[in-house]
Ligand binder design. Structure first.
Ligand SMILES: Nc1nc2c(ncn2[C@@H]2O[C@H](COP(=O)(O)OP(=O)(O)OP(=O)(O)O)[C@@H](O)[C@H]2O)c(=O)[nH]1
Length: 811
């Protein structure tokens, strides 16, 4: 039994066949087997019990397996399978000491363990030492024959040969030289091989296909120890670099990488215990799968825990990280190459598949971080673009030129920043993010462009509004024959100027011809809309305009001075002129005439229908067959260009006449009053005579109480007149006209009264005061009424029409 104090040995399988998993794990760690890759060899020894196996191994490999004490007699020392590391042999060589065969302690059942351990040794080892006594060679009943049979039988269950080296160690060699012994031994071996039942596939397979057979003979350790030691030392040399080509295990096949040795041997023992066939190639793949997966998981866990990765993952939320792609690429490289280094000796297909899985897992881990970093680059580039584009536009670069140059430089910046983020190994496509950025940039350009064009359009519309609105209003206000030609000129001039500026501005936007033309047309339409709108607005106020024009011409003289109706003016002519001007205004306002060929006869029609017809008598009018204004449309004027329809013109004219009638009647009244005022005073010579001749009468009047009474009566009469003529009402209607009216009504009456009184004063005795007073009163009222009716009849005679006669008569 091996020395348990020696750290580099362990009982792999105990006497009951239990595999020592933990013992093997710690043994592997001790000898650092996992780091060996394929550079290790496994040697095992089998042979009869107490045949000096442990003694040989200890001398050969410097191990410390427990040896039987020679003085206690022959008994079983090694139970199960022990494992130790050979000292001083490169590469790392593990040696297994198997329980001896033919052991008396196990009895008949031992066969099962012998077979199992033999199969295990053949499956795991590169070199199997078969310990045998020299004297057994060539013997029919030799102790090694059943052992060899067992070895060859179980070998068939490995499915495929490992080309294990069977090193026959002949112990206690005699004087017979090895050259003579070896052929006999080989013959024995061949015989046994031939006698072993084989599966159909290996019926003809030679022994050499499965094994390299080597033979060595050693002197007896007990009798010729020195020779034994020398021979063992010489044999030891053959174990140095045994796995190299030409070495003892140079032909070995299907070796399991060292890191999988533990799992592999455990699994092999499990299969053997379950008495199943051992498919070594499949086992190798299985070991590779398990181990590669373990390695991949270890590497993944170590990547996740990597401090640099954790920092990157954290930092990416805050913004772009310089050298992001390179850093991650390096971390990935390290992780995958570590995997490759550990998994390199496992089955290639399994190793690649597991490496791919590891890579995918790592990629999945990295992808959100990568996307986040790329997102930062995208959003930063977009922000930079907006800033640069704004600057370029403020610097008055052409819109399209600015957009193109900014897009070019920003996309180049994106590509550069993107290259910094890209993780080379992942080969992740960034084109979609690039496309999204481009879409965002384009959308921004479109939005800015729309805003700029709208701003531009608004500014030109505003300019047009300013240039057209006021002037058109002024031109329409001064309605004349030149109004529409002037408006047309103005409209064309301003529109042309605006369109030329607008076109030049639009050129910077790199628009297609059709869109440009559309926008220009729209601007022209807008200009026309302003003129039309203004014309319609003015047409809506035409009545006020007409009245204003009438008042301006009627109430002011040619020098624009307010007229004073002295009585010399020809009110009829003035009224006619003022009305004609108002009618002209109406005709100008009636239709929109923006085209050169907009000719119509509105003015003529209106003149005939409204002015000329009013000069004819009512009878003449009643026999007129068709009223030219009894229509809702003008001849030669489409309804779209009609601002005031004929019917509306007629109605407006009637309204206009009614509303201006008062001014005319006032003028006539004022004229009449003036005439009267100029007539009531007697000639100057009469006034002088009256003063000279009437002085005495006046004095008499003052001295006589009777005359004072008469004056009192006169006062009463004045009071009565005040009430009867509603003189206060005249004052209420206006101070100046009131005074004029009052003067025209009251002064003549008073003067008449004074005259009468003067006459009576000259002849007081013959006068009846009461009668004369009442007569005077009657005369005053009559005179006042005469003034009014005279003014009325004058006004009526101005038009000779019923329109004016009726309202004035009512008054
Ligand atoms: N005749 C002879 N005896 C030897 C030789 N080598 C060792 N022995 C003796 O054989 C006895 C058994 O030695 P071990 O080395 O314990 O034999 P073993 O095969 O390991 O025994 P088990 O493990 O019990 O099977 C000891 O008493 C040794 O001294 C040898 O070369 N020739």
């Amino acid at each position: 039994m091996a020395n348990s104090e020696i750290c580099c040995s362990t009982q792999l399988i105990d006497g009951d066949g239990t595999f020592n998993v933990s013992g093997l794990e710690s043994f592997m760690k001790e000898v650092k087997l996992a780091e060996c890759g394929l550079s290790y060899a496994v040697v095992s020894i089998m042979g009869p019990q107490s045949s000096g196996k442990s003694t040989l191994l200890n001398h050969l490999f410097g191990t410390n397996f427990r040896e039987m004490d020679a003085f206690k007699g022959r008994s079983q020392t090694t139970k199960g399978i022990w494992m130790a590391r050979c000292t001083g042999i490169e590469p790392c060589t593990l040696v297994m000491d198997l329980e001896g065969t033919d052991g008396r302690e196990r009895g008949e059942d031992d066969t099962a363990f012998e077979k199992q351990s033999a199969l295990f040794a053949l499956a795991v080892s590169d070199i199997v030492l078969i310990n045998m006594w020299c004297h057994d060679i060539g013997r029919e009943q030799a102790a090694n024959k059943p052992l060899l049979k067992t070895v060859f039988q179980v070998m068939m269950r490995l499915f495929s040969p490992r080309k294990t080296t069977l090193l026959f160690v002949i112990r206690d060699k005699t004087r017979t030289p090895l050259e003579n012994l070896e052929p006999v031994l080989r013959e024995d071996i061949q015989k046994i091989w031939d006698s072993v039942p084989k599966p159909q596939a290996h019926k003809e397979t030679p022994l050499s296909e499965f094994f390299n057979v080597e033979v060595v003979a050693l002197s007896s350790y007990e009798e010729k120890e020195e020779q034994f030691k020398d021979q063992v030392a010489s044999l030891r040399q053959r174990f140095h670099h045994s796995i190299a080509p030409g070495g003892l295990a140079g032909d070995r096949r299907g070796v399991v990488p060292a890191s999988g040795f533990s799992f592999s041997s455990e699994h092999i023992w499990q299969v053997i215990k379950e008495n199943k066939d051992l498919d070594l190639p499949a086992h190798k793949v299985m070991v590779a799968t398990v181990r590669c997966e373990e390695i991949a998981n270890e590497k993944y866990a170590s990547f996740v825990a990597n401090e640099e990765w954790c920092q990157l993952e954290e930092a990416v939320h805050s913004g772009p990280i310089p050298g992001f792609g390179k850093k991650l690429n390096s971390l990935l490289d390290t992780c995958l190459s570590e995997y490759d280094a550990e998994a390199t000796y496992f089955d290639e297909s399994v190793r690649s598949a597991k490496q791919k899985q590891l890579q995918e897992k790592l990629f999945q881990l990295l992808h959100p971080t990568f996307q986040s970093a790329l997102g930062h680059v995208r959003s930063r580039t977009l922000d930079k673009f907006k800033e640069a584009f704004d600057k370029a536009l403020n610097a008055r670069e052409g819109f399209s030129a600015a957009a193109n140059s900014c897009i070019g430089s920003c996309m180049a910046q994106f590509d550069e920043a993107c290259a910094d983020v890209v993780i080379e190994q992942t080969n992740w496509d960034t084109s979609k993010v690039r496309e999204k950025l481009r879409r965002d940039i384009d959308a921004h350009v479109v939005a800015v462009r729309a805003a700029k064009i709208s701003e531009l359009t608004s500014s030109y519309e505003e300019k047009l509004k300013e240039a057209l609105s006021g002037p058109v209003e002024a031109l329409l206000d001064g309605a004349s024959s030149d109004t529409w030609p002037s408006i047309r000129n103005l409209f064309r001039r301003e529109t042309k100027s605006a369109v030329s500026g607008f076109s030049a501005a639009l050129a910077g936007f790199d628009m297609d011809e059709e869109t440009t033309q559309k926008m220009i047309l729209s601007l022209e339409d807008y200009a026309m809309g302003i003129v039309e709108g203004k014309a319609r607005e003015e047409a809506g106020r035409v009545l006020i305009r007409m009245k204003d024009r009438f008042t301006m011409l009627f109430s002011h003289d040619s020098d624009s001075m307010p007229r004073i109706w002295t009585g010399k003016e020809d009110i009829r002519a003035i009224t006619k002129t003022a009305r004609s001007a108002s009618l002209k205004l109406l005709s100008v306002m009636a239709a929109l005439r923006l085209d050169d060929d907009d000719t119509d006869n509105i003015e003529k029609t209106l003149a005939v229908a409204l002015v000329d017809s009013s000069n004819s008598s009512a009878m003449n009018r009643s026999i007129t067959m068709v009223d030219p204004l009894a229509s809702s449309s003008w001849e030669q004027v489409p309804s779209s260009k009609t601002l005031i329809t004929p019917v509306q013109c007629k109605s407006l004219w009637r309204q206009f006449k009614i509303e201006t009638e008062y001014s005319v009647s006032q003028a006539i009244s004022a004229q009449e009053a003036n005439k009267r005022n100029n007539n009531w005073l007697p000639p100057p010579w009469a006034i002088a005579a009256l003063v000279i001749l009437g002085f005495n009468e006046f004095m008499t009047l003052l001295r006589n109480p009777l005359y004072l009474g008469v004056i009192f009566v006169g006062y009463l009469l004045f009071k009565a007149l005040w009430v009867q003529l509603d003189i206060s009402g005249e004052f209420r209607n206006g101070a100046l006209p009131g005074i004029i009216s009052l003067s025209s009504k009251f002064i003549p009456t008073i003067m008449n009264l004074m005259k009468k009184l003067a006459e009576e004063g000259q002849n007081p005795a013959t006068n009846n005061h009461h009668g004369s007073t009442s007569k005077t009163n009657y005369n005053a009222v009559t005179a006042a009424r005469t003034v009014s009716s005279s003014a009325s009849s004058n006004l009526t005679s101005l038009d000779n029409g019923t329109e004016f006669a009726s309202p004035l008569k009512d008054e």
